[in-house]
Design a binder for this molecule. Structure first.
Ligand SMILES: Cc1cc2nc3c(=O)[nH]c(=O)nc-3n(C[C@H](O)[C@H](O)[C@H](O)COP(=O)(O)OP(=O)(O)OC[C@H]3O[C@@H](n4cnc5c(N)ncnc54)[C@H](O)[C@@H]3O)c2cc1C
Length: 92
């Protein structure tokens, strides 16, 4: 995906990545992390850009994880594993 400009929720912080990666699964994410030529450093994940500072900002690669929507329920272990693409609000 071509470069974009991202801002946090109130416009106090910006990210101007050279490349934006939107992996659809773990294999694609691993490929992004390993290919430093196509996906230059610094590589930084972002969620919903609700941070109040520039911790998500990069001039290298922005990784968007909104495709990671998997939810795994393990009743035996009494645990739920939630993908990075979900927001807390979806579970409230
Ligand atoms: C109106 C408002 C109300 C808020 N209320 C609360 C509150 O009640 N309680 C509270 O605790 N916080 C609150 N926050 C703060 C906010 O929830 C946190 O800043 C949170 O980190 C934002 O998550 P995000 O997905 O938007 O992360 P982003 O801002 O996108 O990223 C934050 C950091 O996490 C990293 N990151 C993001 N996703 C991943 C990932 N999948 N893997 C690895 N690293 C990742 C980024 O690189 C960056 O360093 C509030 C913020 C706002 C604007």
């Amino acid at each position: 995906m071509p470069a974009s400009r991202f801002r946090n929720w109130n416009g106090s912080a910006y990210s101007t990545p050279h490349v934006v990666a939107v992996p659809r699964d773990l294999d694609e994410l691993i490929a992004v992390v390993k290919d430093r030529d196509a996906y230059p450093s610094p590589l930084r994940a972002a969620g919903s850009f609700h941070s109040l500072n520039a911790c998500f900002a990069t001039t290298g690669t922005q990784v968007l994880l909104h495709e990671f929507k998997e939810v795994r329920v393990d009743v035996a272990l009494n645990s739920i594993t939630v993908g990075a693409g979900h927001s807390d609000q979806e579970f409230c």
